[in-house]
Write a protein that binds this ligand. Structure first.
Ligand code: SF4
Ligand code: SF4
Length: 221
């Protein structure tokens, strides 16, 4: 297959078919000083990009580590959108689930103003039903909202897209934290921790893979 010619952040580059935008950028010898995170695993949301395909009027959002090179692509990295304002909270002070709706409303009063434009859904590179999450959280359906948000990588593209400044990514993070904080921890985990505490199940550091690889001489210097 022919090499793809594309432009990333104003740099004309050539990319091998089947490689990601991030790989093509690095292969072209261009420096990665921003938009760097997990380097290709699609879990950190740092390599946000706007991508426009030939003949298409509208650009689409995506992650450079998951979007493959195509001939004629125009790509621009997007800087982090920090949200409309900080939402400080103390999880331990949130009370119990009885107060969940009131707490969400206090912290994110804008959530009730969702105008159902779908901008957040279109912007999300993970295909999350962001709008539905916002609407569920606004009426206190925290478990259902948190579940929808499981695959969020905190790229904040939905934050940048929301005309009501709801900051959906931050709201999603809150409901996930709330449900984790207000739910009994998994019993297997608790039992294991108790066993470790009592010295009944010591960690065998000689087991295969239990120790990190020893640094080689070069790294140790
Ligand atoms: S929900 Fe928002 S922050 Fe999370 S992956 Fe989708 S666009 Fe990114
Ligand atoms: S972008 Fe904002 S206003 Fe539009 S659907 Fe999403 S949360 Fe609602």
């Amino acid at each position: 297959m022919a090499t793809a010619r594309l432009v990333i952040d104003g740099h004309p580059i050539e990319g091998e078919p089947g490689t990601s935008l991030l790989q093509a950028w690095v292969a072209a010898g261009l420096p990665l000083t921003e938009n760097v995170g997990c380097m290709g695993q699609g879990v950190c949301g740092a390599c946000r990009v706007l991508v426009r395909r030939p003949g298409e009027r509208l650009a689409q959002t995506g992650l450079a580590c998951e979007t493959l090179v195509e001939d004629g692509l125009q790509v621009a990295f997007i800087n982090l959108s920090r949200g409309s304002r900080p939402h400080p909270y103390d999880l331990h002070a949130l009370g119990d689930s009885w107060d969940a709706i009131a707490r969400i409303d206090e912290l994110f009063p804008e959530a009730e103003r969702c105008r159902h434009c779908g901008g957040c859904d279109s912007a999300c590179p993970k295909g999350i039903q962001v709008q539905q999450m916002v609407n569920l959280a606004a009426v206190g359906q925290t478990y259902a909202a948190a579940e929808l948000f499981d695959d969020c990588v905190q790229c904040n593209l939905c934050v940048a897209a929301c005309p009501e400044h709801i900051d959906p990514a931050h709201l999603g993070q809150l409901v996930r934290r709330m449900t984790a904080a207000m739910t009994l921890r998994p019993s297997d985990l608790i039992m294991r921790l108790h066993e470790l505490e009592a010295g009944e199940q010591p960690i065998d550091l000689d087991a295969p893979g239990a120790r990190p690889p020893a640094p080689d001489a070069e790294d140790a210097r």
